[in-house]
Design a protein around this ligand. Sequence first.
Ligand code: GAF
Length: 398
Amino acid sequence: MSDHHRGEQRLNDIAEDFRELFGTAPEGVWSAPGRINLIGEHTDYNDGFALPIALPHSLAAAAARRPDGVVRLRSRQFDGAFELRLADLSPGGVPGWAAYQAGALWTLLDEGYDIGGLDLLVESRIPTGSGLSTSAAVCCATVLAATGLYGPKSSSGSCAGPAPAEVARLAQRAENDFVGMPCGIMDQSAVMLAEEGRALFLDCRSLETEQVPFDPAAHGMSLLVVDTRAPRRLVEGAYAERRRSCEEAARILGVRALRDVWVGELPEALAALPDDLSRRRVRHVVTENARVLEAVDLFRAGRPREAGPLFTASHVSLRDDYEVSVPEVDTAVSAALSAGALGARITGGGFGGCVIALVDTENTADCGEAVRAAFAGQGFDEPVVFTAPPSAGARRLS
Ligand code: GAF
């Protein structure tokens, strides 16, 4: 089946499910991809740099308006049916997966968007629980659906919906203020702004972006993704703790954010910090920002193969200084490197999730096999291995 036919089939299937669940046809369907961060991890909330791509895996959200201020939420992947009154939404008040959609709608209302009731069905093909940003995709798709159906802010004077970067900001706010996850802006920016064949160079302070060419196949490589399927535990508490320690270090160093410490100033900054833990956290963030800039230079120069060692250095820093790796992830990285990968690292927030590896095209299958064999040897669950061409960001499908 061609991509076009697969897309048509998906639309038909979600429309049929929607009719079955809600008794009416959807008025529109939007898609939002998952993301992989190539490099620049735990830098976004430090006002730093990141270099994500969008995955070919996406979720689709079908929606129709309702006249009664009620929101009905359903998911093909998750059990449970939620029926909520828009007027009753309050931060922390919705449990489970529906919190992300409810949070997106609450944010729009809080920011003066004139939205009303909705029936909303989400069908996700992004592997869940793998740190590939299903949550950002859900929030972005919900903002797109609600503003696509109810129109832009009545005071905006424009007939277009919010710009993609504004959708990313609204979606981030949903996670920060409604769900209570203090994430940065990297995931939502990738979901909204990524382009096929490009990586998104993101300055998380100015929010300036640059689409940097990244076409692994054209350089004889693939980007291999290993979903370790390691259970992600303590993710939110540990993430918030990392963020707090960075903010505290920035305060001690007298800078607005760790972005303001350049790598050449690192020895002096480390000497000013009171303990080894904060020194290691700062060293990760400062060196990681420098690695992103180096990788971007290599991509711009058409030399992405040379970015491999930067990936591996990023992993070592995240493992040893930032302490967000787990044994399954380290096993995948070591196995990929031993099998000849040009570079490999944990991607995303960590504490489980996925590993990415830059590999020669002809070595892709062997590298995947080496990782599977290493997992079997350690008694870990079998990982899911796939390749990820840089894909397009969120859009309306119908
Ligand atoms: C998670 C967060 F949601 C992002 O904002 C980012 O901090 C990432 O972890 C680590 O780079 O995905």
